[in-house]
Design a protein around this ligand. Structure first.
Ligand code: KIV
Ligand code: ZN
Length: 432
């Protein structure tokens, strides 16, 4: 461990963000088709991209980064298809990524020809390590790349006034950049772009690599918001990666610290350990009474399409989406869930032991909640017989019969389905 440097925390005695609750959803931007796609073993083909695009629209995304058209002919062709086949709804804005380089910016605008509205997202890396080892430039040299990028983007956009342009700038590897320098570069970019509250610029502050605990990232966001010029004319966007496993936490604390917008992906696909998972963050908001403005009511369809397009499995314990996350096998959990569900009236707020949200809200049914194996108890067995066969067992029978079910589960060393339970019940009490 002596190989690694200790992280220097942000000194911020006037910290405000821990007192903030998230009360409205941030603006979401899906980067599934760009950051997600570029990290896949087999990048999506045109058909898979269209499938995922349609899914993102049906979930309700209003901003979607569709690719890096100057770097990939496939991304270029996909964007042209969306524009030429008029597949972009009026209330949806496509976003494209480009490095802050003249040739790439020119090609990006070619790809965007004829689009109604677009976010042009340009970036260059600003971190100490990339300055030293990759670009071999000092601060001034790096700032010049960003400012020149802003000039080029603005000039290209001016040649296509038929399109409504929005500019986004990322000091890539923000988390490895000195905060004062990040502010200096973004101020310089904005002095070219001249944002106004009516025409804001998006400043995206990526945890390109997650390098600290999420509270430190939130401190960095708060410090940036407090020191950047023209905060009123800037949308602060977050783009967190999951290297330390805290991308969602960092995004949530970052919003509490003042950000307006979040970039992420479904199920967290993306470079290395992935981007921040929008499903988890959106459902976290939902479970606390905040409308996420994204609809995950048909979660199984979201999973099926994402899996088909990315060829990545979904972990059965993935928050909210996994197959097992609302399932209880253990007797005491089953008993508590049963009692809560039986007592609850439908018009009161959700407050059920072991179930953070109502599984019905993501399109799951109660069939999946209680499943029986050797860990299960009388409550679970009784619940299944009542739910599937309308049988109400008296308590003495529940105790007696659950021992038989447990015996069956132990000897078969597997889960026992509802039909096998009923069969055992009739064999034991009715046919003997
Ligand atoms: O992770 C990152 O920094 C990015 C940028 C290009 C925004 O994907
Ligand atoms: Zn990224």
């Amino acid at each position: 461990h002596n190989k690694y440097r200790p992280f220097t925390p942000v000194s911020k005695p006037d910290r405000r963000w821990p007192d903030q609750a998230i009360t409205t959803a941030p603006d979401w931007c899906s980067v599934d088709l760009r950051d997600g796609n570029q990290a896949l073993v087999e990048p999506m083909n045109a058909q898979q991209k269209l499938r995922l695009w349609d899914l993102l629209l049906s979930v309700g995304f209003k901003q979607i980064e569709v690719g890096f058209p100057s770097a990939s002919s496939h991304d270029f062709a996909f964007l042209r298809q969306l524009i030429e086949e008029d597949r972009i709804p009026e209330d949806v804005t496509v976003q494209v990524l480009t490095q802050a380089r003249a040739d790439l910016i020119g090609r990006t605008f070619e790809a965007l020809k004829g689009v109604r509205r677009a976010v042009v997202h340009f970036y260059n890396s600003t971190s100490t390590v990339q300055r030293r080892d990759v670009f071999k430039l000092d601060r001034e040299g790096i700032k010049r790349i960003a400012v020149e990028g802003a000039r080029l983007v603005k000039a290209e956009a001016a040649q296509h006034p038929e399109t409504e342009w929005v500019f986004e700038y990322s000091p890539e590897s923000f988390t490895g950049t000195e905060l004062d320098f990040a502010v200096e570069v973004c101020d310089a970019v904005n002095s070219v772009l001249e944002p106004t509250p009516e025409n804001p610029v998006i400043i995206n502050l990526p945890a390109t690599v997650e390098m600290s605990t999420p509270n430190v990232y939130a401190d960095q966001i708060e410090w940036f918001c407090d020191h950047v010029t023209h905060r009123e004319a800037i949308k602060i966007s977050l783009h967190t990666h999951n290297d330390r496993g805290c991308a969602v936490a960092a995004a949530e604390l970052g919003v509490m610290a003042g950000a307006d917008r979040i970039e992420g992906t479904l199920m967290g696909n993306g470079e290395r350990t992935g981007n921040m998972d929008i499903i988890t963050m959106a459902m976290n908001l939902y479970s606390q009474g905040v409308d996420p403005k994204l609809d995950f009511g048909r979660m199984d369809e979201v999973i099926a399409v994402t899996r088909e397009c990315t060829q990545l499995p979904v972990h059965p314990r993935h928050p909210y989406a996994g197959e097992l996350v609302f399932t209880a096998f253990s007797g005491s959990h089953q008993d508590a869930i049963n009692k809560c569900l039986a007592r609850r009236s439908p018009d009161e707020p959700w407050d059920v032991a072991y179930l953070p949200i109502d599984p019905a809200d993501i399109g799951r049914n109660y069939q999946e909640v209680i499943r029986i194996n050797s860990q299960s108890g009388k409550g679970g067995v009784a619940y299944v017989l009542q739910r599937d066969y309308g049988l109400e067992l008296p308590r003495w029978l529940q105790v007696d019969f659950s021992a038989a079910v447990q015996g069956l589960a132990e000897s078969s060393e597997s889960e026992v389905g509802s039909e096998a339970i009923y069969q055992l019940f009739t064999d034991t009490y009715l046919n003997s």
